[in-house]
Design a protein around this ligand. Structure first.
Ligand code: ASP
Length: 362
């Protein structure tokens, strides 16, 4: 027989539930007493992704919110006193200038207060290297900022998100992270934002720093540091978002055999203020492309030669006469990172010599 619960029974159940949540909250508060105060800012990505069937490769990025991500790793409370905020909930293929500006401004505001010791940003892996480098250039603090993601959705067999998040929070609380610039934590490794790139479409071992190697290792939350980067970043960066409402348009064009120059012309006509060439080899491209770009420079468009290769430097005046043509050589920066730096540098100058200095120093 179905019985209606009495009013007294309901009140007792509610009281029990309240006492239980109060004791959980008290236990959580006790666990994080005296710990570093870390804010987790969530932006979406596969780390927050969910499948409908575990055996499918199909999934939706950005399906879980920040509270669900934190709740999935209860031991985080032993590392830090945590707060979560949802800044966006997108696959990082949809990352854009508007979210970058919002995220950077929020991080700057949080780190300027004495109540926050470090930031962890959960992010999709596709454009993580770009967001990390963007923040590296515009965050005005030496407090730790760590980006983290996952190659497998949260519902997958062997999901890597929870361990990555645990390690990211551990890195953000580590005194050695201070002043190192923005960091990326994936697969038990710590990488400097400037150096790191995604190298594999699906494997959990995807993030590497091909020219310089990792910034450190982190295993079950225990951190070992390697050499810090010597380029300018965060608290030593002269680039900033003060007075910047919109970032200039910069396009990337990919060089290849039989490269025509039509797309370069179309980019200039469509209003690009800067062009980055993912060049062949040491930032090379067809003669036709060089001629169109030389004309673009004369019209006030900035041109950066980068490379479609994974490692090595793009050197000035090697096979291309950069001095004569007014081009910039990207040095260590790949096309995606060159685009980020050029967007920010163009808010300060259009002078090729000054732009080249940014590429050397940042
Ligand atoms: N497309 C996803 C994203 O970048 C991939 C990932 O997070 O691993 O949001």
């Amino acid at each position: 027989m179905h019985r209606h619960p009495t009013a007294v029974g309901l009140r007792l159940a509610l009281l029990g539930w309240l006492l239980l949540s109060a004791s959980h909250a008290a236990a959580a508060e006790k666990a994080s007493e005296g710990k570093a105060r870390i804010r987790i800012l969530a932006t979406g990505g596969t780390i927050a992704g969910a499948q409908t069937r575990q055996e499918d490769s199909a999934y939706k990025a950005g399906a879980l919110d920040v509270e669900q991500l934190i709740a999935a790793v209860p031991s985080l409370k032993q590392l830090a006193s945590l707060g979560g905020e949802q800044v966006a909930n997108i696959g990082s293929q949809d990352m854009n200038d508007a979210v970058w500006l919002k995220l950077a401004r929020r991080i700057n505001a949080l780190l300027a207060t004495p109540d926050v010791d470090g930031i962890v940003v959960t992010h999709g892996t596709d454009t993580m290297e770009e967001t990390a480098y963007f923040l590296n250039l515009v965050i005005r603090s030496d407090k730790p900022v760590v980006l983290v993601g996952a190659m497998r959705p949260a519902t997958a067999l062997g999901a890597d998100g929870p361990a990555n998040l645990y390690n990211a929070v551990a890195v953000a609380t580590h005194p050695g992270a201070r002043g190192r610039g923005v960091l990326v934590v994936m697969n038990d490794e710590v990488h400097a934002a400037r150096n790191v790139i995604k190298t594999n479409t699906t494997n959990v071992k995807s993030f590497e720093s091909p020219n310089r190697g990792a910034a450190g290792l982190v295993h079950t939350g225990k951190v070992t540091w390697f050499e810090p980067v010597d380029t300018k970043h965060t608290h030593r960066s002269e680039l900033s978002l003060e007075k910047v409402e919109k970032l200039p348009r910069v396009d990337i064009l990919y060089a290849h055999a039989n490269m025509s120059a039509d797309l370069l012309e179309a980019a200039v006509k469509s209003g690009a203020r800067g062009l980055v060439i993912a060049g062949v080899g040491n930032g090379n491209m067809s003669q036709q492309a060089l001629e169109v770009l030389a004309r673009a420079v004369k019209q006030g468009v900035a041109v950066v030669r980068s490379t479609r290769l994974m490692s090595g430097l793009v050197l000035r005046n090697s096979e291309v006469d950069d001095d004569k043509l007014g081009f910039v050589a990207s040095g260590e920066l790949n096309p995606a990172k060159s685009r980020v730096l050029l967007q920010l540098a163009l808010t300060r100058t259009k002078d090729p010599a000054q732009l080249q200095r940014y590429f050397q120093e940042y």
